[in-house]
Design a protein around this ligand. Structure first.
Ligand code: CA2
Length: 376
């Protein structure tokens, strides 16, 4: 596919000031990463930057018949412009909005995005990685577009459902994204994996769930509610709700393993680079560590929650753990910690040389191995 990447006002200054908010790479540095990333996915890109609203609108109009997708960081026009979202809606080209910084947790006026209303998703707070995730979300949308469903009444209890064409009642992979339970990591990180699974004839349900601090046990309960919803809506969705493979990456791998310790109903659980030993997390991150944030306090402050949150290594459903040997985000000691406890109840695959994100990228060897474990 061909993607137009548009950057708005002041983004030409990237790399010159405020590196603590916007990073130290220049726009040109970022562009070369986008080209490489798109190429790896059989796609190509054009780039455009302007400090002028009208010029950005002209670029969006010019993408008609040229680009199959748009990635846009509209800069501060995000918060003020009605004309830019009108242009995006007007051309009808699938669009993903990106912001380098976590606009939801800065000045309140930055939390307002009019462009979000016309975007497939809005990615923020992930720095330069956000642009790569945006490319992936567009590629996945082109391979297998999703339908949004609510599995519960709360705003975050949503799921993207994809069902392969021409297959009656396919098995389903329920996907739980990672991101150390931080609010700016969302389900789009598993879109490309979902699209690859659909190509292999599986249905996918890519979940949002409670994250963002003090979200235990809500995160686990959300996934259990989603599983119950998949089982009871299988016919309506056109999938086999009795053949569920629960897949979690990173912090989502922890959630998947926790559910596996409480449910015998899953065909298989595939935990990819999972966080398993929550007691190891404070030591890795120091003050403000993500496990304490997830549990609403440190072990000393919330001993009961920590105690009930610990994994014990007694899954009731079959478990596969896949972990890269070179993972520095979640060291593979986490996988080994779980395998030591669960022993024969777990099939462990250590992927030599792989880092944290390769196993959820189906274009890599590690990703292909994961797809194999989910579809087996
Ligand atoms: O986080 C983002 O990507 C933003 O779109 C960046 C915009 C800001 O107005 C939005 O609220 C969020 C501004 C970019 C300013 O970029 C600079 C970069 C280096 C030095 C000075 C400004």
């Amino acid at each position: 596919m061909h993607i137009l990447i548009i950057n708005g006002p002041n983004l030409n200054l990237l790399g010159t000031r405020e590196p603590e908010i916007y990073g130290s790479a220049t726009l040109r540095d970022l562009e070369s990463d986008w080209v490489r990333h798109a190429q790896d996915r059989g796609s190509s890109i054009d780039t455009f930057q302007s400090n002028h609203e009208g010029a950005i609108i002209d670029a969006i109009h010019g993408a008609r018949g040229v680009a199959d997708g748009i990635v846009i960081n509209p800069g501060a026009y995000t918060h003020t412009s009605r004309a830019i979202p009108d242009a995006i809606a007007g051309v009808g080209i699938p669009t993903v909005e990106v912001h380098l910084s976590d606009i939801m947790n800065r000045e309140p006026w930055r939390a307002i995005s009019h462009v979000a209303e016309v975007s497939l998703t809005t990615i923020h707070g992930r720095g330069a990685t956000g642009y790569l995730n945006a490319i992936d979300a567009l590629v996945a949308h082109t391979i297998a577009p999703a339908t949004l469903h609510h599995y519960g009444e709360e705003d975050h209890q949503v799921a993207d459902v994809r069902v392969p064409e021409g297959i009656e009642a396919p098995p389903v992979a329920v996907l739980i994204h990672g991101g150390y339970w931080r609010s700016y990591w969302k389900r789009d990180t598993l879109d490309l994996m979902a699209a690859a699974l659909v190509k292999e004839g599986m249905a996918t349900v890519n979940l949002e769930y409670a994250v963002g601090g003090d979200s235990y046990p809500a995160a686990i309960e959300d996934v259990e509610a989603a599983l119950a919803w998949v089982t009871s809506h299988g016919d309506e969705l056109g999938l086999d709700g009795s053949d569920i493979r629960l897949v979690g990456h990173s912090a989502g791998g922890y959630v998947a393993l926790k559910v596996a310790e409480r449910s015998a109903d899953l065909t298989r659980v595939v935990a990819i680079a999972p966080v398993t030993d929550i007691d190891a997390v404070p030591g890795q991150f120091g003050e403000g560590d993500p496990a304490s944030a997830f549990l609403g306090g440190t072990e000393a402050e919330r001993p009961d929650d920590w105690s009930s949150a610990r994994l014990v290594g007694t899954p009731q459903s079959p478990v596969v753990i896949v972990h890269g040997s070179e993972d520095t985000d979640v060291p593979d000691a986490h996988a080994r910690w779980y395998v030591e406890r669960a022993e024969d109840a777990v099939h462990f695959e250590d992927i030599e040389g792989s880092e944290h994100f390769a196993p959820i990228d189906p274009t890599t060897e590690a990703g292909a191995i994961v797809v194999g474990h989910i579809t087996a």
